[in-house]
Design a protein around this ligand. Structure first.
Ligand code: C2E
Ligand code: MG
Ligand code: MG
Ligand code: MG
Length: 285
């Protein structure tokens, strides 16, 4: 900015901007330290299909020593920009695969699938597919229980490379979901070419599905589109029984949301699944 303005222009020191740069640098360093010191944790949110918990989504949590709990929405974008997402994403994938391998040992959890969010920078690394396969092999996790959640933004870059990587992983059993579907820029032509297994209806459409006719139309259309392309459709952000019933009425396959549970630490998640696995459960379908 200052350079572009030229030599003869006065350049004002902007304390606000300076503070922002400072905060970013501090956050970046904190992230690196946090990863070394084990401040990150995966929480798990259950996913329901016909009244059964069939899987879960791993959601990253950061317990920052000074600032307390920091939401991924606040640090993932910065991690993406700085490249810190690469070690962080590796950690997430490894931790998720270790969890899958542990669950495989217990009949109560062995059927669960586990969805992991993958960011664009991480996915577009040349070694992403091989590294994922190495992590699966190294942890002993069953590839067919792992689902990777991609966002539409990721598909804008090099579609051929994206398809190649997806096909390679799919060949080993890994599944793919398109997260936040309907909020991005993916064209239907892309959608047809991608070897996806599932669409996730974004929570922004689910929120007012009962009161906003446009959102209702969008949700119904996504389900119909998914079904006609042979994809499973899951809704996220389901908070009320009425939303769940609407989605079920329109043949949406599965859902996740606060109606059943927030993302939980692993022990609480396991307790929830145990409770649902026993026939005396009191919860709704
Ligand atoms: P996402 O993958 O679309 O995840 C859904 C978000 O909605 C999560 O927010 C989840 O906690 C929240 N949510 C779930 N059910 C409900 C509900 O009923 N109502 C409402 N209002 N919200 C609900 P969270 O955990 O804060 O994560 C935000 C975003 O951060 C995620 O959106 C994902 O894009 C990103 N993220 C989280 N973990 C990871 C990760 O391990 N790697 C990467 N690359 N991104 C991650
Ligand atoms: Mg997700
Ligand atoms: Mg989403
Ligand atoms: Mg999202």
């Amino acid at each position: 900015q200052a350079k572009a303005a030229g030599r003869n222009t006065l350049c004002f020191y902007d304390p606000l901007m300076q503070a922002a740069v400072h905060r970013r640098a501090a956050l970046e360093l904190d992230m690196r330290i946090g990863l070394e010191q084990g401040q990150f944790e995966l929480f798990y949110q259950p996913q329901v299909d016909r009244g059964r918990i069939v899987g879960c989504e791993a959601l990253l949590r950061w317990h920052h020593p000074q600032d307390g709990f920091i939401s991924p929405a606040a640090f993932i974008p910065l991690a993406e920009e700085t490249g810190q997402i690469l070690p962080l994403g590796d950690w997430v994938l490894r931790t998720a695969c270790e969890q899958l391998a542990r669950w495989a040992q217990d009949p109560v959890f062995a059927h669960l699938s586990l969805a992991v969010n993958v960011s664009p920078h991480q996915f577009h690394q040349p070694g992403f597919a091989d590294q994922t396969l190495a992590t699966l092999a190294g942890t002993g996790a069953d590839a067919s229980r792992l689902e990777l959640e991609l966002t539409e933004g990721l598909l804008l870059r090099d579609i051929e490379d994206t398809i190649r990587k997806m096909m390679l992983l799919k060949g080993h059993g890994v599944g793919f979901s398109l997260d936040d579907f309907g909020t991005g820029y993916s064209s239907l032509a892309y959608l047809k070419r991608l070897p996806l297994d599932q669409l996730k209806i974004d929570q922004s459409f689910v929120r007012d599905v009962l009161t906003d006719p446009n959102d209702a139309a969008i949700a119904r259309t996504i389900v119909a589109l998914g079904i006609s392309l042979g994809l499973r459709v899951i809704a996220e952000g389901v908070e009320t029984e009425a939303q769940r019933a609407f989605l079920e009425r329109h043949h949406c396959h599965a859902w996740q949301g606060y109606l059943l549970s927030r993302p939980l630490p692993v022990a609480e998640f396991e307790a929830l699944v145990r409770g649902w696995a026993t026939p005396t459960r009191g919860a709704k379908a």
